[in-house]
Design a protein around this ligand. Structure first.
Ligand code: PGA
Length: 250
């Protein structure tokens, strides 16, 4: 982490939760936030945004969504627009998560448009990039992550300094295999250089790491100069583990 950037720890609940369990988990997290100063967000399934808005009200916790429509409004059954998310106090929206790219066919261009919609609504897109195991083994990591980020830079121009980038190697997500701090830092530095070439304000863009970040490995990852926080899946469902990560980011 660099002292010039405020760290961000964002939980990604994915398709987990329920009204009662959400309340218990969120209240436990909120009650443990006092000692920390980093930004903390929970990205929850859309039906729970209203509940999360109420639970986060008056606390340091920020509300996040897991996706946003690339369309503004209209005949798009099942989609949730950026303006609708904003109605529920949403500050962050994950876009381009590898599970969306893989299972829902999201292309780099769609991801870039989603980021654009979020920004237009005053929501910070958490833009996910990352290579698969096959791509890493073929030596394609740099090419893949730069291609994914280039699409977002191209579409969003000077607004690019308002995004957060999440480097999430696909082979590390939900697998218990974490990139080593050195592996992650190497990719974060590449992404930082790419952002610097695109924006004079790149130094303030946060690049967070995701992929089996947990209570045991967070501190080492967060100690790297270009790792500015984490996007946490599995470990965000356990209050104690999530809070350990939050405290490692202070
Ligand atoms: P994980 O998920 O922490 O469970 O690996 C991270 C993510 O998918 O954002």
């Amino acid at each position: 982490m660099s002292s010039s950037r405020q760290a961000l720890i964002a939980g990604n609940w994915k398709m987990n939760g329920g009204l009662a369990a959400n309340r218990t988990l969120t209240e436990a997290i909120v009650s443990g936030l006092n000692g920390s100063s980093c930004d903390v967000a929970l990205c929850v399934p859309s039906p729970y945004l209203a509940q999360m808005q109420a639970l986060a009200n008056g606390t340091r916790l920020q509300v996040g969504a897991q996706d946003v429509s690339p369309h503004a409004s209209g005949a798009f059954t099942g989609e949730v627009s950026a303006d609708m998310l904003r109605d529920f106090g949403v500050r962050f929206a994950i876009v381009g998560h590898s599970e969306r790219r893989q299972y829902h066919g999201e292309t780099d261009a769609v991801v870039a448009t989603k980021a654009q919609r979020a920004l237009a609504a005053g929501i910070t897109p958490l833009v996910c990039v990352g290579e698969t195991l096959a791509e890493r083994e073929a030596g394609d990591t740099e090419h893949v992550v730069k291609r994914q980020l280039a699409a977002v830079i191209h579409t969003n121009g000077h607004c690019i300094s308002e995004i957060v980038v999440a480097y999430e190697p696909v082979w590390a997500i939900g697998t218990g295999k974490t990139a080593t701090p050195e592996q992650a830092q190497q990719v974060h530095a590449l992404l930082r250089a790419q952002l610097k070439a695109a924006s004079p304000h790149a130094d303030r863009i946060r690049i967070v790491y995701g992929g089996s970040m947990n209570a045991a490995n967070a501190a080492q990852l967060l100690a790297q100069p270009d790792i500015d926080g984490g996007l946490i899946g599995g470990a965000s469902l356990k209050a104690a583990d999530f809070l350990t990560i939050v405290n490692a980011a202070v």
